[in-house]
Design a protein around this ligand. Sequence first.
Ligand SMILES: C[S@@+](CC[C@H](N)C(=O)[O-])C[C@H]1O[C@@H](n2cnc3c(N)ncnc32)[C@H](O)[C@@H]1O
Length: 392
Amino acid sequence: MIGPAPGRQPAPAEPPRDAAGTAEVGTHFRFVDLFAGIGGFRIGLSRLGGRCVFTSEWDPKAQETYRAWFGDEPIHGDIHEVSVGDIPDHDVLAAGFPCQPFSLAGVSKKKSLGRAHGFACKEQGNLFFRIVDIARAKRPPVVFLENVKNLRSHDQGNTWRVIRGELERLDYVVFAEIVDAIHWVPQHRERIFIVGFDRRVFGDAPPFSFPVPPTTTPRLRSVLERSVDPKYTLSDHLWDYLQRYAEKHRAKGNGFGFGLVGPDDTTRTLSARYHKDGSEILIRQAGRNPRRLTPREAARLMGFDDDAAAHFGHDAGFPIVVADTPAYRQFGNAVVPRVVTEVGRGIVRVLHWHLDRTGNGCLVKGRSPAPGAGPGAPSRRVEADAASPTSR
Ligand SMILES: C[S@@+](CC[C@H](N)C(=O)[O-])C[C@H]1O[C@@H](n2cnc3c(N)ncnc32)[C@H](O)[C@@H]1O
């Protein structure tokens, strides 16, 4: 784990949970969902009692999905065109900022094309600085970011040094850890989660820790559909090609190739390019060529499952409202909501710790405490309703 030495404060109390033990109840906080995609952060944080007060996502297809899942609230487009003054006060700034300039695939492709990558990439790399601008102006008590694992090693560690340095310069205490979603979904998916706590609110040593994952791992069986359209079975031509390609690389000692799995296995990482040939995750079929995941299976593999959907009033799973290609791309780009919830649980604990410690009714500076808040107040609120003229 990257972050300050564990604080000397006593461990924060466990926040209350609902009957299923999955969601904290009685914790209300506001968050903004930037680079929202299809709302992995939104699902994960809503399940902890968070309320989304602002969304930015510029891709029209992702917006279509987001609207179908969460309703007709406005979705703001290009983050560069968003005026900071239009962003409501919030307790948590959540953002899975675009990973392409930092991902191995993105870097090698860009390098091979002689194009800029990382922060040198004007269109993409500077998006992190937009987050910095917003955090500087709005001073959310918590920033909660997600990116690809190799963010830390990109450009010999310079990219990570810049990100961490910028957040620290803004006076945030920064924690970061690579979390593998495999403990909650049957997919090996390592992502870096970065959590910053405003030092001016929480002091130098907020007692934050990343989740201790369960030792069990769900199996692919739990996401597979019973009856699958034959169109997802690979053609002889594609299957021959993938086998020859894998053999060629095996001969050269490379690990590239397809990932063939069955119901008792776990999978490789679902990528945004899955729609191309599906080679990273192919399902074995008796007496037939392997098949791809269906979009519904891809959704479940990412944790966009029926249980999460029910939380948003969808009784038959999240509706898939776009064609297969954008659907695979959206799932492959997303964050696993359950991992957001598990990391977010640690954030909520710190919010409770802070409220207990200070007896405050609200976190964001400049807001007055909610009426009745303070020591002995009947309910603890992380947000201050009384000072929220910008809520939608
Ligand atoms: C890695 S994905 C984040 C996915 C999201 N965490 C989820 O769970 O679906 C990054 C997202 O940022 C969006 N994006 C890229 N540039 C943007 C910009 N300038 N303004 C708004 N959104 C942008 C992309 O369309 C993409 O959906």
